[in-house]
Design a protein around this ligand. Structure first.
Ligand code: MBD
Ligand code: FE
Length: 283
C-alpha cells in the first residue's frame, strides 16, 4: 500500500535521468557510423511502415509528438526504455552466456553501495515493517568449483514499494548493499520481502499506460548484480511465487529460472528463508 508522501514521477524520473547522465556511460559511447546508420535507418523505417499499416492520422501523429516531448521533460526516458525495451536487449546479449540467468537492470541501480562481509544485514529503519527474508547461496563456476572473491550487490523496494534515493524521505542506502561472499563462495543476506511495484503513474509513462488501458505493475522483485574477478557478471531480478503480476509484468522481465522458493524459517527468527545459487561463466 503506497502512502501519500509518494514521490512524483517527475522526481523519480529526473533522478534516473540525472544519474544516467552523470554515470560516465555517455562519455564512453562510441557506436560506429555503419551501425548508427543501420539501426537508426531500421527504426525510422519501422515507424514509417507502422504509419502506413495503421493509417496514422494527424491527430495521432501530434499526440505522439506531444507525448515524446513529455517523456523528456518528465525525465522518463530511462524508465520508458528500461520498461519497454531493455528486456529484449538483455535477451539478445545474454543468449550465449552459460550459467545463472539474467534479466534487466532497470532504472534504479546505484553503484558503490555499502560493502558488508557475509553474513550481512542490509540497512533497515528501526521497526522496519514487512516479512524478514534470509537470502543465502553459493557461487560456483560452470564445473562446480567454488568461486573466491565473489560479491552480491542487492537493491530492492521496501514493503510499501519505494526505492531509496528515488522516493523522498528514505535513508540513502535503505535496502541497498554490496555483500562479499566467503572463500567457499557462500553468502547470507538478511533483508525484507519487497512489495509489488507500480511504476510512476503521474508522468508520461503513466499517461501512456492509462491512455492505452494497460496496468503499471511489476511483481515484487529483488534486484541483484553478481560479480567475481575473472568471471562474467550477471544482472538479474528474483521473484516470488504467487505474485499476481508474475505473468503480466509491465517490464516483461520475469523468467522461470528467476522464481524463488521461500519457506518459513525453521531456526527460530520470524520470517522466511530462501537459497539461490550462482553459476558464473569465465570471462
Ligand atoms: C523498477 O523497479 C524496475 O525494476 C523497472 C524495470 C522499471 C521501473 C521500476
Ligand atoms: Fe525494480
Amino acid at each position: 500500500v503506497r502512502s501519500e508522501n509518494e514521490g512524483t514521477a517527475v522526481e523519480a524520473g529526473s533522478k534516473a535521468t540525472e544519474r544516467f547522465t552523470a554515470s560516465g556511460k555517455l562519455a564512453r559511447l562510441d557506436v560506429p557510423k555503419e551501425r548508427v546508420s543501420l539501426l537508426a535507418g531500421a527504426l525510422i523505417k519501422a515507424a514509417n511502415d507502422l504509419v502506413v499499416e495503421h493509417e496514422v492520422t494527424y491527430e495521432e501523429y501530434n499526440a505522439l509528438k506531444a507525448w515524446l516531448i513529455k517523456v523528456g521533460t518528465d525525465g522518463e526516458w530511462p524508465l520508458f526504455l528500461d520498461v519497454w525495451l531493455e528486456h529484449t536487449v538483455e535477451d539478445v546479449n545474454s543468449q550465449d552466456r552459460p550459467g545463472t540467468v539474467g534479466t534487466i537492470e532497470g532504472p534504479y541501480y546505484v553503484p558503490d553501495s555499502p560493502v558488508l562481509q557475509t553474513p550481512a544485514t542490509v540497512e533497515m529503519r528501526d521497526g522496519e515493517e514487512g516479512t524478514p527474508l534470509l537470502f543465502s547461496g553459493r557461487f560456483t563456476d560452470t564445473e562446480g568449483n567454488p568461486i573466491k572473491n565473489a560479491q552480491v550487490e542487492i537493491w530492492h523496494a521496501d514493503s510499501a514499494g519505494f526505492y531509496s534515493q528515488y522516493a523522498p524521505g528514505l535513508p540513502d542506502w535503505l535496502f541497498r548493499a554490496t555483500v562479499k561472499a566467503d572463500d567457499d563462495g557462500r553468502f547470507e543476506i538478511n533483508t525484507m520481502r519487497p512489495a509489488p511495484y507500480q511504476i510512476p503513474t503521474d508522468g508520461a509513462c503513466g499517461q501512456l499506460i492509462s491512455a492505452a488501458g494497460w496496468h503499471a505493475w511489476r511483481p515484487a522483485h529483488i534486484h541483484i548484480k553478481v560479480s567475481a574477478p575473472g568471471y562474467q557478471p550477471v544482472t538479474q531480478q528474483l521473484y516470488f511465487p504467487g505474485d499476481p503480476h508474475n505473468a503480466d509484468d509491465i517490464a516483461s522481465a520475469v523468467k522461470p529460472e528467476l522464481m524463488l522458493d521461500p519457506l518459513p524459517r525453521t531456526d527460530g527468527p520470524a520470517g522466511e528463508e530462501v537459497v539461490y545459487n550462482y553459476v558464473l561463466a569465465k570471462e
